[in-house]
Design a protein around this ligand. Structure first.
Ligand SMILES: [Mn+2]
Length: 244
């Protein structure tokens, strides 16, 4: 089996369409949506596009928040509630049924575990430099030698002991220092970290037209002036390890 892993779309339909056009160039047996599909300007459009392609879904922390409508009074709480309001009861019910983990036998790689944050949490952070001391408890009891995650929007492919850890990156809001790329991963028999180019102006227009709350300009900023991978990785490690 060959798998296309599309993580962290965040309701960015132009980016999703670009990634899917790239996927269509490959012979893929399974389309895996790795979570955080919804929170963004076009949640229903992105969900229906992937449902129409019979994708397999796992749940991200933001999908969980959107389905429950949980969120504080800050701008992200407004975004969560707005996104929930754009989904039908049927769509929300579908999202609530998503599992946290998915495992598949992939050509050349063996059994591969897909999670959103870490195998034990949809919001735990794994980066390219997370030390084994923090990784070991997250991977305790995991049988698969290959683990694919997302959540940080930064791609990597690293060896840790006898395991291979891969971050598929983000389709909709990658932190790779370049605007207008949609990142995803092709698995089997090799691991290919891919990025498809698209017109980021279409995503900015969709953001504005949708009415998605962005008074603080944060999402516009993520689209037009994304952090570099090194900046984002340092930021996430500092969040995860208070001693840094
Ligand atoms: Mn996430």
């Amino acid at each position: 089996m060959r798998v296309a892993a599309l993580y962290d779309v965040h309701g960015n339909l132009p980016a999703l369409e670009a990634a899917l056009a790239d996927v269509d160039e490959e012979r893929v047996d399974l389309l895996l949506c790795g979570g955080d599909l919804l929170l963004g300007p076009q949640p229903s459009e992105c969900l229906e596009e992937l449902r129409g392609r019979d994708a397999t879904f796992i749940r991200g922390n933001c999908d969980r928040d959107v389905a429950s409508g949980a969120g504080s009074g800050d701008p992200w709480g407004d975004r969560i509630r707005w996104t929930k309001s754009r989904l039908s009861d049927d769509e929300l019910e579908f999202v609530r049924g998503w599992p946290e983990l998915f495992s598949a036998e992939i050509d050349g790689l063996g059994q591969v575990l897909f999670c959103h944050g870490s195998p034990r949490s949809d919001e735990e952070i794994i980066t390219a430099i997370t030390p084994p001391k923090r990784l070991d408890p997250m991977l305790d009891g995991v049988r698969e030698r290959v683990v694919v995650c997302g959540h940080t929007h930064v791609q990597f492919d690293r060896k840790v002991g006898d395991r291979r850890l891969i971050n598929a990156g983000s389709v909709g809001l990658p932190y790779e220092g370049e605007a207008g790329i949609a990142c995803w991963a092709l698995l089997g028999p090799e691991v290919e970290l891919r990025s498809a180019h698209y017109d980021v102006g279409l995503a900015v227009d969709a953001l504005r037209a949708s009415g998605y709350p962005d008074d603080d300009g944060a999402v516009r900023g993520f689209l037009l002036e994304p952090s570099t991978a090194d900046e984002a990785t340092a930021h996430f490690e500092a969040l995860s390890d208070p001693s840094l």
